[in-house]
Structures are given as C-alpha cells and as structure tokens.
Ligand binder design. Structure first.
Ligand SMILES: CCCCCCCCCCCCCCCC(=O)SCCNC(=O)CCNC(=O)[C@H](O)C(C)(C)COP(=O)(O)OP(=O)(O)OC[C@H]1O[C@@H](n2cnc3c(N)ncnc32)[C@H](O)[C@@H]1OP(=O)(O)O
Length: 177
C-alpha cells in the first residue's frame, strides 16, 4: 500500500542524501537523477548522460545505467515508507545510450511479500514514450536502520545523524520521521 504520508503524484522527491551517487547534489560526477512520485506505487525519473558517465567513447557506461535503474527503483521505498536495500537487480541493456541523452525512467512495485519488495523499471531514450534502452527487475529487502549504522563508515553516519534538518536526516536513512 502507498503510505498515507507519501508525496502526492507529480511531486519531486529531491535527493534522499546529498552524497548519494544516484541523486545527491553534492556529488559532482553523480547522476543527479530527479525522481517524481507517480500514481499508486510508481515513480518516474530523469537522468541526462554526461561525458563523465562514459564507458565506450560517446556512450553511457552500463554500470551507470544500472545505477540509474537502481536509484529509481530505490525511490519507490519512499512511497512505501520502508527502509530497504537492493538484494537483486537484473538488467537488460537493449539499446546503446549516447552521451547527451536524457533517459526517462519509470518504475513500479509489482509485489510485496514479507520483507521482500519486487519492482520493475524501464529507461527510455529522449522521451517518456521513446524507445526502451534499459529495463530491470529488482528485489529490495527491508532492513532496520541499524543496517546503515552497523556497516556504514562512522564519519558519514555521524554527519547524517547530526544533521539538524529532521526531514533530511530521516530521508538519509529512508526512515519515516
Ligand atoms: C549516512 C548513510 C546514509 C545511507 C542511506 C541509504 C538509504 C538507503 C536508500 C537507498 C536509496 C536507493 C539507492 C539504491 C539502493 C541501493 O543501492 S542499496 C545498496 C546495495 N545493496 C546492498 O548493499 C545490500 C547488501 N546485502 C545485504 O546487506 C543483505 O544481503 C540483505 C539484502 C540485507 C539481505 O540479508 P538479510 O537481512 O540477512 O536477509 P535474508 O534473511 O538473507 O533474506 C531475506 C529474504 O530475501 C531473500 N533474498 C536476499 N537476498 C536475495 C538475493 N540477492 N536474491 C534473491 N533473494 C534474496 C532471501 O532468500 C529471503 O527470502 P525468504 O526466505 O524470506 O523468502
């Protein structure tokens, strides 16, 4: 179920953590992916491929495209208000994606079973109805916030926990404030 406090359809989610390689504004080479809440348990997002994202000359690196899918799929957890991490990400690379392309991503939750959240995403070239370049099926696993506190490097964990902005602090860990 979509959480009662989930952002309204059309609302931009903003970065969940400034240092996130997928969405954070403080990562100069990051994807700066912008995700927006959709209807039900769905998300749309956009990401423009920059020269620092290349694999082959003039083309996006496949791992970067997988990151864009992972980040979009991970954003679904904000609609559920569930803390979860990627357990499995199965990716199809259908078309090469040139530098300069804006990839239009769409993701939705397909099922939830206990701690397991199943979801799927596509990335299309140039427009929301453009040709499909990438797609992925994912399994996210719900975790406690201790997952990050126990495994994350101390200095970043402390900095995130000491953030005086309650909403930003909660979102760094994807916790319901
Ligand atoms: C200051 C810092 C702030 C940081 C703030 C971050 C906030 C977060 C926001 C994220 C925003 C988005 C960003 C993108 C999302 C990432 O990229 S997350 C990062 C990448 N992922 C990881 O690092 C996860 C690493 N893996 C793990 O920690 C552990 O393997 C997991 C996933 C927690 C699972 O371990 P576990 O809790 O012991 O669970 P376990 O009992 O083994 O499995 C539970 C169930 O899942 C199934 N399962 C587990 N793994 C798999 C698998 N790979 N395949 C199939 N089934 C599996 C099990 O079979 C089991 O099924 P059932 O028996 O219940 O039917």
């Amino acid at each position: 179920m979509r959480h009662a406090d989930a952002p309204a359809p059309g609302e931009l989610l903003g970065a969940h953590y400034g240092q996130c390689f997928g969405c954070g504004g403080e990562q100069p080479h990051g994807l700066h992916l912008a995700a927006r809440a959709g209807e039900g348990l769905s998300i749309t997002a956009e990401f423009t491929v920059r020269p620092e994202h290349q694999g082959a000359p003039g083309l996006a690196h496949g791992g970067v495209l997988a990151t864009a899918l992972d980040e979009t799929l991970g954003s679904l957890n904000w609609l559920l208000r569930t803390i979860a991490v990627t357990g499995r990400l199965e990716t199809d690379f259908v078309r090469p994606v040139p530098v300069g392309t804006t990839l239009h991503l769409a993701a939705e939750v397909t099922a939830v079973a206990g701690r397991k959240i199943y979801s799927t995403a596509t990335g299309r070239i140039g427009a929301p109805d453009g040709p499909v370049a990438v797609r992925a099926d994912a399994l996210f696993i719900e975790v406690k916030v201790d997952h990050f506190i126990d495994h994350g490097r101390e200095e970043e964990i402390q900095a995130a926990m000491n953030d005086p902005d309650q909403i930003r602090r909660a979102r760094a860990f994807e916790v319901n404030p």
